[in-house]
Design a protein around this ligand. Structure first.
Ligand code: NOJ
Length: 530
C-alpha cells in the first residue's frame, strides 16, 4: 500500500514497517460514536484523520473481540467476532478500508496464550476429564496437601497463584493472568492450528499485521516443576533472574513462533510482546528473521534519564541479530503514562529520542498530547491490575466529554483536558503535538533518520546524550540535554550545518549556531554538512 507522503524509495527488500511510524489505539478510549461512554470502531474510523495529520503510517488496535471484559478484551470468547460494545465485523471492514484509503496500515492484537474462561473451548475442556478438548488447556492434579500443582504465580498480584481449582473435575487449570483467562496448551497441535486459523481469518479481512500478546509465555515446562526458590516470588521475566521461571520464556516457544511466522508469511508484521528482561534471551525472539519483531521493553522499567535511555538503546543495538531492526515504544496500555513518568519537559526530549532512533517508533495514543495518568478513585476502578490511569479517554477538545463521548465516559476525563487536547495543541505552535508532527515529518523526509545507522558519541557529561544517524551522504546529529543546565554540544568552530529542529519552539531554525549550546532540557536535530 503506498504511503501518502514523500517517502524516498527504500531498497526493495526492506519491509514496509522499517521506515514506518506506528500508533497504538486502545479502542475503549479513543472515540465513542454512539454515546455509551465506551470507545468503538466507528469512533476510530471517524478519527483516522488525526493519525494522518500526525503523520503515522500504521495503527495497532488493542483487542475489540467478543469478551466478558474481565481484562478488557484480552479475555476472548470468540477471536473472530467483534464485541457489540465496539461494533460489528462490518465496522472492522469499514475501518480497514478507510485506513487503507488514507495510506494507513492496520495491525490487530492476537491473544494466543489464553482465552476467556467463558470461551466455548474452555467450557468443553472443563466439562469432564474425558472431554475431547481437555488437552486444549493446561490441567493438573492438586499438589500434595490439595493445593496448586506447583509454585507458579500469575502475572497479576491480585490473581495470586497461576492455578485455580475447578471443582467439577477436581483438577487445577493454569492461568498466566486472571483466573478468568485460562492458558491454552500450545503443546497440542490442534490448539496451534486453531490459532493459525484465527490469524488467517484476520489476514483475509485485510489486516497488515498483528501484535502478538504474551508471546513469550506460550510454552511452559511440560514437567510442571516448581520455579527455583530464589525466583519463585517473581510474576514476570521483566526483572533480573526472571528468565529462569519455568512458565515463561521456555526454549520450545521459538519453534511454535516459527510456525506462526510460516502461517502469516514474511511480509506480515508480527509485533511480539516479549516481556523478557535479559537482552540476549529477548533478542532470540527475532529468530533468524523467521519469528517475531519483538517489542522492546527496555525503556519501560528504566528511569527517565538520558543515561538510562542511552544504556537501553546501546544494549539493544548490541544484542540485535544480523538484520534485526528494533521497534521502540515509550508507553502502552500497561504502563504509567510517559508524561507522568518523565514530566512534561523530559517528555519532549523523549519524543525526540523515540522519533530519531534507529528503529521503528511506536506512539501510544495521547502521548503525543502529553496526557498524564488520571487518578481513578477505587469505586470507579475497572482494571484487575490497576492500569486504568493510563487508559483514560483520548482528549480531543475542551468540551465536557473531551470530544470523546457525548455520554458518561467509562473512565474519568481530567480537568487538564481543557488545555491538553488535540484542538488546543494543534493551534499552539509550541505544543507537544506540534513537536510530534514536526519530528514525524522530519523522519519521513530524512533517509538518515528513517533507515540510517546509529553511532552514539562517547559519553562526556552525565545527562548529555548525542548520536549520529547516517545514510549515504546525509549525516544527522541528535543531542539531548538532560543535565539540568545549559551545555555546549559543539565547541566554537566545530558546528556547521543546519539546525532542523529544537524542542524549544522559540529557537530559530536554519544555519546551525556556532558554538552549539543547548539549554536545560533542550534537544536538537542538526543536519551536518561535513
Ligand atoms: C499483555 C497485555 O498488554 C495486557 O494488557 C494483558 O492484560 C495481558 N497481556 C494479558 O492478555
Amino acid at each position: 500500500m503506498p504511503s501518502s507522503e514523500d517517502v524516498r524509495a527504500e531498497p526493495a527488500a526492506a519491509p514496509w514497517w522499517r521506515s514506518a511510524v506506528l500508533y497504538q489505539v486502545y479502542p475503549r478510549s479513543f472515540a465513542d460514536s454512539d454515546g455509551d461512554g465506551v470507545g468503538d470502531l466507528r469512533g476510530i474510523t471517524g478519527r483516522l484523520d488525526h493519525l494522518v495529520d500526525l503523520g503515522v503510517d500504521a495503527v495497532w488496535l488493542s483487542p475489540f473481540y467478543a469478551s466478558p471484559m474481565v481484562d478488557f478484551g484480552y479475555d476472548i470468547t470468540d477471536h473472530c467476532a467483534v464485541d457489540p460494545v465496539f461494533g460489528t465485523l462490518a465496522d472492522v471492514d469499514a475501518l480497514v478500508a478507510a485506513a487503507h484509503a488514507r495510506g494507513l496500515r492496520v495491525l490487530v492484537d492476537v491473544v494466543p496464550n489464553h482465552t476467556s474462561d467463558r470461551h466455548p473451548w474452555f467450557a468443553e475442556s472443563r466439562s469432564s476429564r474425558d472431554s475431547g478438548r481437555r488437552d486444549w488447556y493446561v490441567w493438573a492434579d492438586p499438589g500434595p496437601g490439595g493445593g496448586p500443582p506447583n509454585n507458579w504465580l500469575s502475572a497479576f498480584a491480585a490473581s495470586g497463584p497461576a492455578w485455580t481449582l475447578d471443582g467439577r473435575t477436581g483438577q487445577y487449570y493454569l492461568h498466566s493472568y486472571t483466573a478468568a483467562q485460562p492458558d491454552l496448551n500450545w503443546q497440542n497441535a490442534a490448539v496451534r492450528e486453531a490459532v493459525h486459523d484465527v490469524l488467517r481469518f484476520w489476514l483475509e479481512r485485510g489486516v497488515d499485521g498483528f501484535r502478538v500478546d504474551a508471546a513469550h509465555r506460550l510454552v511452559k515446562d511440560p514437567t510442571l516443576a516448581d520455579n527455583p526458590a530464589d525466583v519463585a516470588h517473581l510474576r514476570t521475566a521483566l526483572v533480573p533472574g526472571g528468565t529462569r521461571l519455568r512458565h515463561i520464556d521456555q526454549p520450545g516457544v521459538h519453534e511454535v513462533l516459527r510456525e506462526v511466522r510460516a502461517v502469516v508469511g514474511p511480509d506480515t508484521l508480527l509485533l511480539g510482546e516479549i516481556g523478557v528482561a535479559d537482552p540476549t534471551r529477548w533478542a532470540a525472539y527475532y529468530g533468524s528473521g523467521d519469528e517475531l519483531v519483538p517489542l522492546n521493553p527496555t525503556f519501560w522499567s528504566r528511569p527517565c534519564t538520558t543515561d538510562a535511555l542511552r544504556s537501553a538503546v546501546d544494549t539493544t543495538e548490541a544484542v540485535l541479530p544480523p538484520g534485526g531492526w528494533p521497534v521502540y515504544a515509550l508507553g502502552n496500555h500497561d504502563l504509567s503514562r510517559l508524561a507522568t513518568r518523565c514530566g512534561s519537559a523530559r517528555a519532549r526530549l523523549a519524543a525526540v529520542l523515540l522519533l530519531t532512533l534507529r528503529g521503528t517508533p511506536l506512539v501510544y495514543y495521547g502521548d503525543e498530547l502529553g496526557m498524564t495518568d488520571v487518578p481513578v478513585p477505587p469505586e470507579a476502578a475497572r482494571d484487575p491490575d490497576g492500569r486504568d490511569p493510563a487508559r483514560t479517554p483520548m482528549q480531543w477538545d475542551a468540551s465536557p466529554g473531551a470530544g470523546f463521548t457525548t455520554g458518561r465516559p467509562w473512565l474519568p476525563i481530567p480537568p487538564t483536558a481543557g488545555t491538553v487536547n488535540v484542538a488546543a495543541e494543534r493551534a499552539d505552535p509550541g505544543s507537544l503535538l506540534n513537536l510530534y508532527r514536526a519530528l514525524i515529518r522530519l523522519r519521513r523526509r530524512s533517509p538518515a533518520l528513517r533507515t540510517g545507522d546509529y553511532r552514539p558519541l562517547p559519553p562526556t557529561d552525565p545527562g548529555l546524550y548525542a548520536y549520529w544517524r547516517q545514510a549515504g551522504d546525509q549525516r544527522i546529529l541528535v543531542a539531548l540535554n538532560a543535565t539540568g543546565r545549559s551545555r555546549t554540544v559543539a565547541p566554537p568552530g566545530t558546528s556547521t550545518g543546519r539546525l532542523l529542529l529544537s524542542t524549544d519552539p522559540d529557537r530559530p531554525l536554519g544555519e546551525c549556531p556556532d558554538p552549539l549550546v543547548l539549554a536545560a532540557d533542550e534537544a536538537v536535530v542538526v543536519e551536518s554538512d561535513r
